[in-house]
Design a protein around this ligand. Structure first.
Ligand code: ZN
Length: 46
């Protein structure tokens, strides 16, 4: 399962692994630092 979120800098839709929740990385589109959000409540409902 993956975390879907948008880059706050370029608004590109990104996908990160669950293990990356709460961690920081670089956006593959704009190259700026981004933080991967925690899992959304909708994901845990499955
Ligand atoms: Zn970006």
């Amino acid at each position: 399962m993956a975390i879907l979120f948008e880059c706050p800098h370029c608004n590109k839709s990104l996908e990160a692994r669950d293990e990356a929740a709460g961690k920081t990385g670089k956006c593959p589109s704009c190259g700026k630092d981004i933080k991967v959000p925690e899992k959304t409540s909708a994901d845990t409902a499955k």
